[in-house]
Ligand binder design. Structure first.
Ligand SMILES: Nc1ncnc2c1ncn2[C@@H]1O[C@H](COP(=O)(O)OP(=O)(O)OP(=O)(O)O)[C@@H](O)[C@H]1O
Length: 228
């Protein structure tokens, strides 16, 4: 699914955020990305959804060289990915239903199929009864469920989540993880950067630890491995 060969990222100010990274992520895998603050986790994620380009090396998604595609082709790439952030990034003036439907409208989905797809995905994240609410009428956990619904409504094979439980209390975070587990069971590949030790230690998946832009640990069913 994702293949990185000697990928480096040097920001214009000279910071080396990713240093000669080689990594393979297989179809259907669930990968946690852990590491100290400033280690390069977000940079790693941003290169996958082409918010940032590698300054050297090759990053392939299903054979497509993401660093080399033209800017005008980036929207096409993004439609094949579901991206979820710590701060939800919902549109405040749209209802829950409209926030999710919007993701289908922008890709030109048939109006007749939109309603069913949106309601199906709201059902999956447990928010069918909140379809008419606005984001500011929801709890943090509910808002994150909406952002997950929006990310998966196009049925992407690859989900990129950058600290999706970072703003949530522990109990709510577990609920969000149940949603990710279900998406994973349905076949999606999930790459999740997280500082949540309890979750990584309890729901075991492959773990890579990044420090100073390098992968310093790569374990199947690994542990969080840091004290903070
Ligand atoms: N746009 C940018 N321009 C210059 N330097 C940047 C930029 N974005 C990140 N950096 C630097 O690159 C390094 C890696 O940052 P990154 O955000 O990838 O770390 P992180 O592991 O996600 O950290 P955190 O856990 O705090 O979110 C840091 O030294 C950071 O200051």
């Amino acid at each position: 699914m994702i293949s990185m060969q000697k990928v480096s990222k040097v920001y214009p100010n000279g910071v080396v955020a990713m240093d000669d990274l080689d990594l393979e992520i297989r179809d259907g895998e669930f990968l946690y990305v852990v590491g100290p603050s400033g280690a390069g986790k977000s940079t790693f994620m941003k290169m996958i959804y082409r918010e940032e380009k590698p300054t050297a090396g090759q990053l392939l998604i299903d054979g497509l060289d993401v660093g080399k595609i033209k800017d005008r082709h980036v929207p096409k790439l993004r439609r094949q990915l579901g991206v979820i952030f710590q701060d939800f990034k919902l549109l405040p003036s749209l209802t829950v239903y409209e926030n999710v439907a919007f993701a289908l409208e922008v890709v030109g989905a048939e109006t007749s199929s939109i309603r069913k797809q949106v309601m199906d995905v709201l059902n999956l994240v447990g928010l069918k009864n909140k379809a008419r609410n606005y984001p500011d009428e929801l709890s943090g956990g509910e808002q994150q469920r909406v952002s997950i619904a929006r990310a998966i409504v196009n049925k992407p094979k690859l989900i990129i989540a950058d600290e999706p439980t970072g703003n949530l209390d522990p109990e709510t975070a577990w609920g969000i993880m149940e949603v990710f587990e279900e998406i994973h069971r349905r076949g999606a590949t999930i790459v999740m950067a997280t500082h949540n030790r309890d979750i990584v230690d309890k729901i075991r998946h492959r773990v890579i630890a990044i420090e100073n832009g390098k992968v310093v640990r790569d374990e199947e069913k690994g542990a969080y491995g840091y004290d903070i």
